[in-house]
Design a protein around this ligand. Structure first.
Ligand code: G3P
Ligand code: MG
Length: 246
């Protein structure tokens, strides 16, 4: 059996056991031994970066409407925990700044840009990461590859990752076709095979598949040598590593 231990990356925090993208979910991920967290960002009407998956507030809070049309002060009045369970009542949508207050800087943060807001989010994000001296241990990913390319052009020290959900013929060749340096590939986990991983890692790319939860999938991904696994159950992946040792 492979002894490879890909980085444990908590998807939207420990999304399987806590309300996604809240401080409670990130804390639970840390408690369960994650080495990285993945989160999604949007811009508010007053230009703050907040952590939420959807464009709208409807699914994960007691509010309604588009995040970009609300000020941070209004968003902060909303409950982002009760929909998941009473014990999480009072959780709010955190700002990225608040997440960085919670998460120590040796934990990798994978910031996923959900929407570019005509390029505004790129400047705001880079300003914040520079101000917090976090550029070094943050990977900025998106399904919008033009957006992450712009990030890299704006800030050469930024680490950028390509999210994709289609079965690309040659993901490494695609990444290496960029005129900027790509740091990582973030493929949908079911589409990834050993050859893709080998070619990518030999080329110096990190490979962080999303979102694998079943033990059989976690095991397969460790065996094909990925760099990290984005999972809703970070504790499950940690237990799998411990099980190998005992
Ligand atoms: O970044 C990996 C994964 O989060 C991408 O999909 O929809 O869960 O944000 P989604
Ligand atoms: Mg995401």
């Amino acid at each position: 059996m492979s002894n490879n231990k890909p980085m444990i990356i908590a998807h939207r925090g420990a999304k399987g056991m806590a309300p996604e993208n809240t401080l409670g979910a990130f804390q639970l991920g840390l408690d369960q031994g994650c080495e990285g967290i993945e989160l999604d960002i949007h811009l508010t009407a007053d230009g703050e970066i907040v952590v939420c998956h959807d464009l709208t507030l409807d699914r994960t809070t007691n509010g309604k409407g588009r995040i970009v049309e609300k000020k941070l002060s209004e968003i902060k009045t909303l409950d982002a925990g009760s929909w998941f369970g009473d014990e999480y009542k009072g959780e709010t949508i955190p700002t990225l700044n608040e997440v960085m207050d919670l998460v120590p800087d040796w934990i990798m943060i994978n910031v996923e840009i959900k929407y570019a807001y005509e390029g505004q989010i790129e400047h705001k994000l880079l300003d914040l990461l520079k101000q917090r001296s976090r550029l070094n241990n943050v990977v900025i990913s998106s399904f919008d590859h033009k957006c992450v390319r712009r990030i890299k052009l704006l800030e050469p020290e930024a680490k950028i990752g390509l999210l994709y959900q289609s079965n690309l013929l040659d993901p490494t060749a695609y990444a290496r076709s960029f005129d900027v340096d790509v740091y990582s590939l973030h493929p949908y986990y079911q589409l990834l095979d050993a050859e893709d991983v080998q070619k990518a890692t030999e080329s110096g790319l990190y490979v962080y598949p999303y979102t694998a939860n079943a033990e059989s999938d976690l095991l397969r991904l460790t065996q094909i040598g990925v760099s990290g696994i984005i999972t809703d159950y970070p504790g499950r992946l940690g237990a799998l590593y411990q099980g190998r040792e005992s």
